[in-house]
Design a protein around this ligand. Structure first.
Ligand code: AMP
Ligand code: DBH
Length: 541
């Protein structure tokens, strides 16, 4: 079931075990320990609901039993697309317990993305909310199910409509003795989604061994303990709020996870005050909003000890404002769902925290900074970041071609990031070598958006690039050569949205042009074209 190319070679696995990075611990193994240690401590706060560790455990086991009774078995994939609600954990931990593999989609994803995930994962089930932020996810479920024969079950948290409700699943799992399958630490725990640089997202298989190591160690680096109260403001299915140290690291440390239904200050600040939140993590554009709001807030945010920022580059001028504004420490986090995570440390000098994106979690993280021929660049110069280590995957799920591009022959992951390393060993992110667009932490593949644009009858050709944006860091601009009647920008944008694409992928800006720039070399690749357009933009601005 685990494909050969996804595995760490035995010599590496043996070393990671011997050196204590992989302990053989399973997810339910550690969680059961916490339940035994402090059953009554609060694990999750979601609005008015408070679940103790014991309550969450009980809910998870009933959910696990219910899923088993539905016929979902070990190794099968389940798309989980839930917002920040307590059931996220009972569903996911329930799937973990039976060895079924959650594939984490984000609430922003729409029909086209879900269809791709279901097909790529050959998913047997799809777990959704009923309605979230005005969008009825049951409509996606109906469409996707009619197109995908593998998809046997739709489970709805809330009003089930034509499907099955989570309550029904849990009900069938109650009070019946169930034999759960044996799970070992080398099994796949879950799959995250890659941001995608060329085309569609790929699936990132993470094992118990590697993922537990990453969030356990993250919890230590971030000073988490049983008094920690972590606020989930970003979508909790994302790797950052899940594992850096995120909700899972908080559970590992025996702390409390508080969920915010929205990241905006009006919603999150009262929760920080009420629950005495000690740590949270966010992307740079959200930090700007929080920084503005904190100036006039009447809420008491003094419980905050650590504010983490990651997902996209934080500029030093903004980084510098965090400690004075919130009276807490800033921690920069540079990570990726494929594995490697870097942190500035809580006792680092201010200048390191303000100017760098931190250093790797593990002494066993191997970092190479190379030129385009894969040759190491001199110390202190910038180059492409390659990495290998005890929690960085060796391959995407079922993607031999992508793997050949994204990994070197000796198993280093090509992150696509251009970085330099300081004498202290800290990384400074300089940019990206690939065309992937980082829109305030949300990753966009230009190719994917271009393909949708090209499907429009009045689009002859399209090229999508990043343009600098004061607030988002980067926003998207689509250059379009029209054919026939020129479409209006707004119409084209809503057409894209109606193709069932996440809203953040809809181009922010559309520029119509008669022809792409002359390059004198005849037909050029889409990648070259983007480079030419970017250059032109730089010269004119
Ligand atoms: P993903 O592949 O979606 O998990 O996104 C990971 C990518 O986000 C990294 O490879 C970086 O390009 C970007 N990223 C994450 N954290 C930071 C950060 N602190 N500064 C700059 N870029 C970041
Ligand atoms: O952007 C990311 O994917 C990311 C950022 C910070 C991440 O996966 C992480 C920390 O774990």
């Amino acid at each position: 079931m685990i494909q050969a190319e996804q595995k760490w070679p035995e010599e590496f696995a043996a070393r990671y075990r011997k050196e204590g990075y992989w302990t053989g611990e399973t997810f339910h193994g550690f969680f059961e320990e916490r339940v035994a240690e402090h059953p009554d401590r609060t694990a999750v706060v979601c609005g008015e609901r408070r679940w103790s560790y014991l309550e969450l455990h009980k809910q998870s086991l009933e959910t696990a039993a219910g899923f088993l009774k539905l016929g979902i078995s070990k190794g099968e994939r389940v798309i989980v697309q839930l917002p920040n609600v307590a059931e996220f954990f009972s569903v996911v931990f329930g799937l973990f317990r039976i060895g079924a593999i959650p594939v984490f989609s984000l609430p922003a994803h729409r029909r086209t993305e879900i269809l791709h995930f279901v097909k790529a994962a050959e998913a047997v089930a799809y777990v959704i909310p009923d309605v979230h932020e005005g969008f009825d996810f049951r409509t996606i479920a109906a469409q996707v199910q009619s197109e995908c024969s593998t998809l046997r079950h739709i489970v709805v948290v809330g009003d089930k409509g034509d499907f099955l409700s989570l309550d029904e699943v849990v009900e069938t799992g109650k009070d019946s003795p169930i034999q759960f399958p044996e799970i070992v630490a080398s099994d796949i725990l879950h799959m995250q989604l890659s941001g995608g640089s060329t085309g569609l997202s790929k699936l990132i298989p993470r094992t118990h061994d590697d993922y537990i190591y990453s969030f356990k160690e993250s919890a230590v680096i971030c000073g988490q303990d049983e008094r920690s109260i972590y606020l989930g403001v970003l979508p909790i299915a994302h790797n950052f709020p899940m594992s850096s140290p995120g909700t899972f690291g908080t559970f590992y440390a025996g702390g409390t996870v508080v969920l915010s239904p929205s990241p905006v200050p009006d919603v999150a600040f009262p929760i920080v005050e009420k629950e005495k939140v000690t740590i949270t993590g966010m992307v740079p554009p959200l930090l700007l909003i929080w920084l503005q709001a904190v100036e006039n807030t009447t809420y008491d945010l003094s419980s905050l000890q650590v504010l983490q920022v990651g997902g996209a580059k934080l500029i030093p001028e903004v980084a510098r404002r965090v400690q004075p504004a919130f009276g807490c420490k800033l921690q920069q986090v540079f990570g990726m769902a494929e594995g490697l995570v870097n942190y500035t440390h809580l006792d680092d000098p201010d200048e390191l925290v303000i100017h760098t994106q931190g250093r790797p979690i593990s002494p066993a993280d191997e970092i190479l900074i190379v030129d385009d021929e894969d040759q190491p660049v001199p110390q202190g110069q910038s180059g492409n970041l390659l990495t290998r280590g005890p929690y960085t995957i060796r391959g995407y799920h079922n993607a031999p071609e992508a793997n050949a591009r994204a990994f070197t022959a000796d198993g280093f992951y090509r992150t696509g990031d251009v970085v330099m390393q300081t004498p202290e060993g800290y990384l400074v992110v300089q940019g990206r070598a690939t065309d992937q667009i980082n829109r305030g932490g949300e990753k966009i593949s230009p190719e994917e958006v271009e393909d949708h644009l090209l499907a429009h009858p009045n689009v002859f050709d399209a090229s999508v690039i990043a343009v600098p944006d004061e607030y988002l860091g980067e926003r998207t601009c689509a250059y379009i050569i029209p054919q026939g009647e020129k479409p209006r920008s707004v119409a084209l944008k809503s057409w894209i949205r109606n193709r069932g694409l996440a809203a953040y992928k809809v181009p922010d800006q559309i520029v119509f042009i008669d022809a792409f720039p002359e390059t004198g070399v005849g037909k050029i690749s889409r990648k070259q074209l983007r480079a030419v357009l970017r250059k032109q933009l730089e010269q004119t601005s």
